[in-house]
Design a protein around this ligand. Structure first.
Ligand code: NDP
Length: 488
């Protein structure tokens, strides 16, 4: 089945103060479907003036009805938005697949996840509160949780609606107002989510969306004196730039950044399960996943078998039209990103790693302008090779052997990143020892999933600052106020 084409590209505007708003630049940029290369939208490009307008609209909203709403009313609004998202789930899924190239099955899961996230944080509103504290003087000492103020949410292109909601839902639950800066490749679902928020009863100005270049809109938000909090997901280098821009006005900054996650396989692992799950954990979303388990660290006794099995399974992966049933991997986000991955594969070969399969740019029968690539496996990778150290952000797995548990942990930790990881063993003691020793914010044992809506998510080392998801995310979007009332 070929990807459906649109009659004419969508024309979108900015979303400021609860309505579609023309951009001050008068410019629009094209957004393409990476499966076909077709332009699917012309998106109004925001500039510095629009950032200022959106931040001021958000500040007014914080001081208006939203700030005065009772927590229970705020929760009700979030439940309403979740219901709107459920009604629009198929539309959101189709939009996300056309904009990102991810499979429709994945987009459907993500649209349901957006509603789940809104519901979780709607429920969290009434379960997040301060405490009473015994102190030295007679009286009552207690803490309150108060909103931070205007929050800027800067989002990448790999999970646009999911990551937007991971930030938006707790920010709103805590009573803040927001300006969302979507990635330029994928602004469409955030613009639609803003409309759904308004339909669900979120007052005007509480949610604003300004699309436009990161260096203008993103930096503009990071340095704007009225923005109190930046929540950023993206590359580690961009995170560092944002932190510097935010420093002068002492903004709260939380960062979810890159990763090069280990997948440690011991010789007592259930190998069939491990291979099947490892495929998803490194090639899911075409490898464009900050948690991708892109370094398989495998016990030397089962190294040859693991390599043969994972190579065979990788060769069978169905790469194709993301709207077609049965497709396991769609295109990458863009030809530029695809070519960057091919560049890494050539580099790996020059460094001496052995390609056992993959990296062909265009599986047969697919549109030439589609950003397709077959998933690739490198054997005999060495720890200091660039393909092992650098985040490729595409479907490339490096396989390395180890002999002892200590060596496996040392290899896993030999990375500037520390986001996620898996380990496979039936030995409970070893599972616990290794899970504790690996320097990452998330670890899964005999599973490739360590991201759950209800559990904290974030990185050690250069993978980030702060924890999203679960109740921990509420800490990112609230200030603690300590109040003492004297008995005297
Ligand atoms: P980027 O850092 O390039 O961009 C992320 C967002 O930041 C985009 O909206 C981008 O805008 C904006 N931006 C770019 N430059 C600036 C700037 N100077 N100031 C403010 N904002 C800016 O990351 P990618 O979009 O390429 O996303 C991929 C990266 O994200 C990978 O490294 C991946 O590991 C990481 N990631 C981390 C996750 C985590 O939870 N740890 C989850 C998902 C991704 P524009 O698009 O206009 O350039």
């Amino acid at each position: 089945m070929a990807t459906k084409t649109l009659d004419a590209p969508l024309e979108t505007q900015l979303w400021i103060g609860g309505k579609k708003t023309k951009s001050s630049t008068g410019k629009a940029f094209p957004v393409t479907n990476p499966a076909t290369g077709e332009v699917i939208a012309k998106v109004a490009e925001g500039g510095a003036q629009d950032v200022d307008l959106a931040v001021k609209a958000a500040l007014r909203a914080a001081e208006g009805p939203w700030g005065k709403m009772s927590p229970r009313q705020r929760a009700r609004v979030l439940f309403n938005v979740a219901a709107r998202v459920r009604d629009a789930a198929e539309e959101l899924a189709q939009l996300e697949t056309k904009n990102t190239g991810k499979t429709l099955a994945d987009s459907r899961d993500e649209a349901a996840g957006v509603a789940d996230t809104l519901e979780y944080y709607a429920g969290a509103v009434s379960k997040y509160f301060g405490e009473t504290i015994p102190v030295g003087n007679p009286g009552l000492e207690f803490t309150l949780r108060q909103p931070v103020g205007v929050c800027a949410l800067i989002v990448p292109w790999n999970y646009p609606m999911t990551i937007t909601t991971w930030k938006l839902a707790p920010a709103l639950a805590c009573g803040n107002t927001v300006v969302i800066k979507p990635a330029s490749w994928t602004p469409l679902s955030a613009l639609r989510l803003a409309e759904l928020c308004a339909e669900g009863g979120v007052p005007e100005g509480v949610v604003n969306v300004v699309a436009g270049p990161g260096g203008v809109v993103g930096e503009g938000l990071a340095s704007h004196p009225l923005v109190r909090k930046i929540s950023f997901t993206g590359e580690t280098g961009t995170g560092a730039r944002i932190t510097k821009a935010a420093a002068d006005s002492i903004k709260r900054v939380s960062l979810e950044l890159g990763g090069k996650s280990p997948n440690i396989v011991f010789d007592d692992a259930d190998l069939d399960l491990c291979v099947e799950k490892s495929i998803g954990s490194v090639f899911g979303n075409a490898g464009q996943d900050c948690c991708a388990r892109s370094r398989a660290i495998v016990h030397h006794k089962i190294y040859d078998k693991f390599l043969a099995d994972i190579t065979a399974r990788t060769k069978k992966m169905v790469v194709g039209d993301p709207l077609s049933k049965g497709t396991e991997m769609g295109p990458m986000i863009s030809l530029k990103q695809r070519d960057s991955v091919r560049g890494h594969v050539e580099l790996g070969q020059k460094e001496g790693a052995r390609l056992t399969c993959g990296a062909e740019a265009l599986p047969s029968g697919l549109p030439k302008a589609g950003a397709y690539i077959r998933p690739a496996v490198f054997a005999d990778a060495k720890p200091k090779m660039k393909v092992v150290q650098e985040e490729i952000f595409g479907p490339v797995l490096c396989v390395l052997p180890f002999k002892t548990e200590e060596e496996a942990v040392a290899l896993a930790n030999d990375s500037p990143y520390g986001l996620s990881g898996s380990l496979w063993t039936r030995d409970v003691g070893r599972a616990l020892r290794v899970a504790k020793a690996v320097q990452t914010g998330n670890m899964s044992v005999n599973s490739s999933t360590s991201v759950y809506l209800e559990a904290p998510f974030g990185g050690f080392k250069t993978s980030g600052l702060g924890r999203e998801l679960g109740m921990k995310a509420m800490d990112l979007y609230s200030e603690v106020k300590s109040v003492f009332i004297s008995e005297a």
